[in-house]
Structure formats: structure tokens, C-alpha cells
Design a binder for this molecule. Structure first.
Ligand code: NDP
Length: 321
């Protein structure tokens, strides 16, 4: 089977197409023929070496496909089931093995591409809006990179929970998409000072900022919070935030900062099922809209990485094996 591996860390050029033996599912595992794999920023972090991996390493942590075989002691899924998952490495491939208790069944009304496109970013948006800083009706929140994969989904969820939503984006085209997802105030942070604008439009300050951009936005994200507001730093698309002096949180108004990660919010089967069901069912009934305009053949994984990093994409990127 074909897979995209890295043999060394570096730029998109290190992504290498390789022929590998078909993996064998061990006890508790299932072998899945993939129909689509999600491309996520975390794949870039692994490729660059920002997150360590044992080489050679098959990239990718999100996919959907059909179970073709199961190992011993698997009762949750059987051959022929349509399943999706995330958080298990090795999905830039035609076949992958995953623990059966990490797989979720895809509802009939949801396509493989929708499922592969929704698992990681959809469940991330879900835990951010419902659990990390649970949004209440009337809250004012900021979502950076509002036209990105997580950004578009989080905006829709924040609106459905009753928030006034500010977003930042880098272009007019992205601004239109962010507005269409429900954002109330969209700021082009590459052209104007987002903190100055928010201070005018929300003089009391915001209840929460969801910041996945990191290095270039972090300081101003803190500035726009109201006393006892929460900064949810969940990524570093512009680079990692340098070490930070906690005394600043007191000076800025007893602020909270958290640095959450999806795996801790889907660690139990119960949490995984709750979030996956919520996301996949809202795609099935049309209340959550996914943008899937960026699909690439598996062999073009490097192209997908270049596009994601050059900020030209919106919504989800998928590889089709
Ligand atoms: P996006 O589709 O949001 O792509 C990243 C976006 O970040 C770009 O489109 C761009 O939007 C913005 N950006 C700002 N500065 C830069 C820069 N210097 N270089 C590149 N992009 C920049 O990606 P995802 O939805 O896949 O992921 C969003 C973020 O969320 C990532 O940082 C990811 O690591 C994080 N994440 C965290 C999870 C967690 O549990 N902690 C889980 C899932 C994702 P614009 O052009 O509008 O500025």
C-alpha cells in the first residue's frame, strides 16, 4: 500500500511517497481502507520536528474509511463498517490500523469526506466551546483565524450558543466566509490593529479569546479580555508563544490562560462518543456546515502542506488515497 512518510524532519519536501506492507491489526485493533484523510496543522508540527516522532513516520491523524479486518477481541466494529477517527498517527495512507475503541461509526447521511473533515477540527471546536471556556448566551468572544478549519466550525458553535462573535482573518475573501459562518464582527488583522478595534466595539472587554495563531497574536489577545476573562491558547500557526511571566495575568485583571489539547477532551470512550456524535449528527442534519473545497490526491500531500502554511486555504484540506 502507498503511504506518505517522513524520513527526516523539514519543509514539505520531506514528505515521501513510499510502498509499505499492508499493516496487520493486532488484538483490539481494526484495519481500515481509507477513503479520505484530514490534513491538520498538527501534521506540519510533526513534519517540522516541533513535535517529536520516531522516524520513519507516517504522517496524518484523522481519517474515514471501511473496516476490512479486525484483530482478536474486537467487538465494537466489524468488517464493512463505515468508521472515522482521529488522534492515531498513520492516516496519510491507503490502509491504516487503529484501536477499535477509537473508531466511531459514521451516520448514513454523512459522507466519508465529511467525516474525515469533521473529526479533528469539529471535536476541537466542540470541546473549546462547550468545555474549555463554556460559552454562555450573551458572551462576547474572539476567534482568531476565523476562516480556518477550526475557526469556521467554532464560529458556528459559538453563535448557536448565543455569543457575540468577533473573528480575525487575513483577506477579504476569508472575511466573507467568516461572516457567512455567523461572525458578527470580522477584523482583517493583517491590515488593522485588532485589539484597538475590539476595545472600541466591546468596551467592557471580552469573556474569552480562542487563539490558535499564537506568537503574533498572544499579547493583544490578553489585552482585549475583561477582568477574569479567559485566554484559550490552542495552537501556534504563526509560531510558538515565548515564555511568559504569570504576574502579567494579575496586572491585566486576574485573567485565566489555558493551553488545551483535543486528546484530553476525548480520552474516555464516553467523551469521544459524546463529541463525535454531536459533530457528525449536526453535519447530518445540516446545522453544522463544513467547507471541503481543498482535496488533493495522497501523492500531493506536500502541495497540501504548502497551501495550508501559505495561508491561502479556508476550511478543511483532505487527501484522497
Ligand atoms: P487553519 O485552517 O486555521 O489554518 C491556519 C490559519 O492560521 C491560516 O489559514 C491563517 O489564517 C492563520 N495564520 C495566522 N498566522 C499564520 C502564519 N504565520 N502562518 C500560517 N497561518 C497563519 O488550521 P486548522 O484549523 O487545521 O488549525 C488551526 C489551529 O488550531 C492550528 O494552530 C492547530 O495547531 C490548532 N489546533 C489545535 C488543537 C488542539 O486541540 N489544541 C486541535 C486542532 C487544531 P488567516 O490567513 O486568516 O490569518
Amino acid at each position: 500500500m502507498q503511504a506518505i512518510q517522513i524520513l527526516a524532519t523539514g519543509g514539505p519536501e520531506v514528505l515521501t511517497l513510499r510502498d509499505l506492507p499492508t499493516p496487520t491489526p493486532g488484538p483490539g485493533e481494526a484495519l481500515v481502507r481509507l477513503e479520505a484523510s484530514g490534513v491538520n496543522f498538527i501534521d506540519v508540527y510533526f513534519r517540522e520536528g516541533r513535535y517529536p516522532a520516531k522516524l520513519p513516520y507516517t504522517l496524518g491523524q484523522e481519517a474515514a474509511g471501511t473496516v476490512v479486518a479486525t484483530g482478536d477481541n474486537v467487538t465494537m466494529v466489524k468488517a464493512g463498517d463505515r468508521v472515522a477517527w482521529c488522534g492515531v498517527p498513520g492516516t496519510y495512507a491507503q490502509l491504516a490500523v487503529a484501536p477499535a475503541d477509537r473508531l466511531v461509526q459514521i451516520p448514513e447521511a454523512v459522507t466519508f469526506q465529511q467525516a474525515a473533515g469533521a473529526m479533528l477540527q469539529g471535536m476541537t471546536a466542540h470541546y473549546l466551546a462547550h468545555s474549555t471556556y463554556p460559552i454562555r448566551r450573551g458572551d462576547e468572544v474572539l476567534i482568531h483565524a476565523g476562516a480556518g478549519g477550526v475557526g469556521l466550525l467554532l464560529t458556528q458553535m459559538a453563535k448557536s450558543l448565543g455569543a457575540r462573535v468577533f473573528t480575525t482573518v487575513s483577506s477579504e475573501e476569508k472575511a466573507a466566509l467568516s461572516r457567512a459562518a455567523g461572525a458578527d464582527e470580522v477584523i482583517l488583522y493583517t491590515q488593522e490593529d485588532f485589539a484597538a478595534k475590539i476595545k472600541k466595539q466591546a468596551p467592557k472587554g471580552l469573556n474569552a479569546v480562542y487563539d490558535s495563531v499564537g506568537k503574533s497574536t498572544f499579547d493583544k489577545s490578553l489585552e482585549v479580555l475583561r477582568p477574569r476573562g479567559t485566554l484559550v491558547l490552542f495552537g501556534g500557526s504563526s509560531g510558538a508563544v515565548p515564555p511568559f511571566d504569570l504576574i502579567k495575568l494579575s496586572a491585566l485583571g486576574s485573567l485565566y490562560i489555558t493551553r488545551p489539547t483535543l486528546k484530553d477532551y476525548i480520552a474516555t470512550r464516553q467523551d469521544l462518543e459524546l463529541r463525535a456524535t454531536a459533530v457528525l449528527n449536526s453535519i447530518a442534519d445540516g446545522t453544522l456546515k463544513l467547507r471541503l473545497e481543498h482535496t488533493y490526491p495522497l501523492t500531493d500531500a506536500a502541495h497540501a502542506h504548502r497551501d495550508l502554511e501559505s495561508r491561502i486555504t479556508t476550511g478543511k484540506l483532505l487527501l484522497i488515497p
